[in-house]
Design a protein around this ligand. Structure first.
Ligand code: NDP
Length: 255
């Protein structure tokens, strides 16, 4: 079923996300950084999750300098985090806010572009862990806080290769197919019994470190800056998409 409009064309009102607490993984760089800044610019209080504290601190400074509410910084290495760290994060958000209005699973690991026949098994495990298992575990531990919010939104990050397989995209593509599946299963489980909605977003080609790693010969200008494509995230994480669940939307027009 298609939406009757394009989320990428949403124009968020200046304070559209006011009163919302939104946690974002991989918030220190690339798309996560841009979406965190955009959410804060539209009134949200953001929880910056990431593995490199210096990058999170820079984003914190950028948000405060732009007049946004001071974020929470929470270092979280999704490859290594234990149950204790997940629990500590939930406790910290619960004590400070008592609820969570938005959760964007943005962090991702590209792994290698390599044939399945030769794909390194330990690397495969790492990619699947960061891209899928960690998103599952984080969702699970934060669900009570999401349920405590009146209109909570969970957003997973997909990819074109998570909808149609492509040679050599290996564990990354498989992880994004799994994310599409997690999105559908969780949306179906939560439908009817809670106001928590669950959707996925495919960013499309975007000028980030990951894009450079995947396409080293491509001119950077061939892809838009993450700051220029945040409309669909603001739509999914804000009140404008209330009631929408189980969708997988595109942040950009099809190439
Ligand atoms: P970047 O490489 O710029 O950002 C990836 C982010 O994930 C970084 O902040 C990185 O942290 C974080 N991350 C990686 N591993 C871990 C970990 N173990 N623990 C915690 N955080 C981790 O890539 P993008 O901004 O492009 O990617 C964001 C999302 O968008 C990903 O899910 C990606 O798959 C998806 N995507 C991107 C596309 C593109 O063209 N750019 C296209 C389609 C999908 P750190 O900075 O500390 O390394």
């Amino acid at each position: 079923m298609s939406l009757d409009f394009e989320p990428r064309l949403h124009v968020a009102a200046p304070a559209e996300l006011a009163g919302r607490v939104i946690a974002i993984t991989g918030a220190g760089s690339g798309i996560g950084r841009a979406v965190a800044r955009a959410c804060a610019a539209h009134g949200a209080e953001v929880v910056l999750l990431g593995r490199t504290v210096a990058k999170l601190e820079k984003v914190y400074d950028e948000i405060v300098a732009a007049g946004g509410a001071a974020p929470i910084i929470s270092p979280l290495d999704l490859e290594k985090a234990t149950a204790r760290e997940y629990d500590a994060l939930a406790t910290a958000i619960g004590e400070r806010y008592g609820r969570l209005d938005g959760l964007l699973h943005n962090a991702g690991l590209l792994g290698d572009l390599s044939p399945i026949e030769h794909y390194d098994v330990p690397l495969w495990t790492r990619v699947l862990h960061v891209n899928v298992t960690a998103a599952f575990a984080l969702t699970q531990v934060l669900l009570p806080l999401l349920r405590a919010a009146p209109d909570a939104s969970i957003v997973f990050t997909s990819s074109g290769v998570g909808r149609r397989g492509r040679a050599y995209w290996g564990a990354y593509a498989v992880s994004k197919f799994a994310i599409e599946g997690l999105n559908q299963v969780l949306a179906d489980e939560l439908a009817g019994s809670t106001s928590v909605r669950v959707n996925a977003i495919n960013p499309g080609r975007t000028r980030t470190a990951m894009r450079r790693a995947a396409y080293p010969a491509e001119p950077p200008e061939a892809s838009p800056l993450p700051e220029s494509i945040t409309a669909a995230w603001l739509w999914l994480l804000g009140p404008a998409s209330k009631g929408v669940s189980g969708r997988s939307v595109d942040a950009q027009a099809p190439a």
